[in-house]
Write a protein that binds this ligand. Structure first.
Ligand SMILES: Cc1cc2nc3c(=O)[nH]c(=O)nc-3n(C[C@H](O)[C@H](O)[C@H](O)COP(=O)(O)O)c2cc1C
Length: 159
């Protein structure tokens, strides 16, 4: 089975998760960064994993666009969805529908994998907003390795 992981990231958390999947599942997995490549042919892949991160309640525009443009083809594949997001409440899982309701419903696997904060990379305004919202003013990693490990198992079960 050929697997593609197509992701969008701003500071690297989503890429970190994608790399873990490549390491743990199969080295042949192809990684595609939507910031660098907008048109990706899905013909060769049976399993397509889409990963993005949430900023102000939305996923990256390029992922949104990719899902809309490729919706019909994606619905013929085994799709997995993952997100990096800081939300801790039950609302976090509803973020997965940001990939589009059709994909959310059809996806075989879907998980929110925690988050990281790259404080130095934020704009001045973002720093203020994050400080007000979370009280944090330093970089930290809070990826959910239990969820990541379950996601790995679930990709393996699709193979
Ligand atoms: C300015 C800013 C806004 C954010 N907004 C949200 C949000 O609305 N909901 C949420 O769950 N997480 C939010 N986050 C957390 C990010 O989703 C988290 O930092 C994630 O790990 C970023 O992944 P990336 O580096 O791959 O883009 C926000 C983070 C920043 C810096």
């Amino acid at each position: 089975m050929s697997i593609a992981i197509i992701y969008s990231t701003r500071h690297g958390s989503v890429f970190k998760c994608a790399k873990i999947f490549k390491e743990k599942v199969a080295d042949e997995i192809r990684l595609f960064d939507l910031n660098q490549k907008k048109h990706i042919s899905l013909t060769d892949y049976n399993i397509v994993i889409l990963g993005a991160s949430v900023y102000f309640g939305r996923i990256q525009r390029e992922m949104d666009r990719f899902c809309q443009l490729n919706n019909r083809v994606l619905l013929t594949k085994n799709v997995g969805l993952f997100l990096c997001a800081g939300e801790k409440s039950l609302k976090r899982n509803s973020y997965l529908s940001l990939f589009g309701f059709d994909l959310f419903t059809a996806a075989k696997i879907k998980r929110v994998l925690g988050h990281e904060l790259y404080y130095e990379k934020l704009s001045f305004l973002e720093k203020i907003m994050i400080k007000l919202r979370t009280g944090k003013d330093k970089s930290y990693s809070d990826l959910d390795y239990k969820e990541i490990s379950l996601f790995v198992d679930e990709i393996n079960s699709l193979k």
